[in-house]
Ligand binder design. Structure first.
Ligand SMILES: [Zn+2]
Length: 315
């Protein structure tokens, strides 16, 4: 063999060796890529569940919110594409059949039998709408369970368990994030309890829909809402007049309104009573703008607390 062909032969061997090395490297890398593709898919109907899953799951999950930001929560009906989305998910989170009556239908029709379903209201004592509202026959229970932070902690715990069940190898990752998040919720709860302990006005008067039963019960406040749970009805003249009378008689300084809908009722009350208007957010959904900014459930609750402290004149 000539010197030239020896060099050629060596080059060939080297090339083969490189190809083999690349092959083995790709073998090592390949399962990792597959793992990334197997990201845990979580779908939540409402913002609080979406936000909690995002906080606990971090980069290990891809979470989507079924309700488009800004959409009306209580009259939402899913589209066919939503059925497909849920069918492809690992975890589906919703409140309960009294809030999302269509969820049962979806669960019965989807082929994905592996899906873990979290019914957030399971194990939570439901509170009824205690005001006189026309839609009470359809909506007896207040679905805004997350407004009692104790409930939110339970829901966060259920989400953590479900994530671990889907991906046991990430157990420590989820537990650490979950503990961290639950600590933040606990701090929020402590802040609420401490700040709302001594208030001059003990009643939240809300010009929006019935949403604050859990929050009021937790912190020993009274509350009334002008609209029922589904908030598609108009307030009756008599309910409007009785609120105006109450504000005047009891010297109530603030009326709370809903940010996502037109505060026309609060404006009428303000005109009549000189009560000031303050926003109070049930946190069930966000405006598109806030959603894109990444506003969190805890942030909304912190703002709610500031407004409650001012509006109820707490020390
Ligand atoms: Zn609501």
């Amino acid at each position: 063999m000539s010197q030239m062909s020896k060099i050629k032969e060596m080059k060939k061997t080297l090339l083969i060796a490189i190809v083999i090395i690349i092959f083995f490297i790709s073998l090592i890398l390949f399962p990792k890529k597959q793992e990334e593709a197997e990201e845990i898919k979580v779908i939540a109907t409402l913002f609080p569940y979406y936000d909690m899953a995002k906080e606990i799951g971090g980069e290990k999950i891809s979470v989507s919110l079924l309700l488009p930001p800004g959409a009306e929560v209580h009259s939402f009906e899913p589209k066919t594409s939503d059925f497909i989305k849920i069918n492809n998910a690992d975890i589906f989170i919703y409140t309960g059949d009294f809030m999302e009556p269509w969820a049962k239908r979806i669960m019965e029709s989807i082929s994905n039998k592996e899906i873990i379903v979290i019914r957030a209201s399971d194990g939570i004592k439901l509170l009824e709408d205690e005001d006189e509202h026309e839609d009470k026959d359809d909506n007896k229970y207040d679905p805004h369970i997350w407004l009692d932070i104790e409930n939110s902690k339970k829901i966060a715990d259920e989400i953590t368990k479900a994530l671990i069940a889907v991906s046991p190898k990430n157990e420590m990752f989820f537990i650490e994030r979950s503990n961290n998040y639950i600590n933040k919720l606990q701090k929020l709860d402590n802040d609420f309890a401490k700040s709302l302990e001594k208030c001059k006005n003990g009643e939240i008067i809300y010009s929006g829909h019935y949403a604050f039963a859990y929050l009021a019960e937790k912190y020993n406040l009274k509350h009334s809402a002008i609209l029922g749970i589904s908030h598609d009805t108009e307030p009756t003249i008599s309910s409007l007049l009785s609120v105006i009378e109450k504000i005047k008689n009891e010297g109530i300084s603030h009326i709370f309104y809903e940010e996502l809908s037109d505060p026309k009722i609060a404006k009428i009350i303000k005109e009549e009573t000189k009560a000031e208007m303050l926003p109070l957010n049930p946190a069930e959904n966000l405006s598109k703008e806030d959603f894109e900014k990444g506003v969190s459930f805890i942030k909304i609750m912190e703002e709610n607390l500031e407004n409650l402290k001012n509006g109820l004149r707490c020390k």
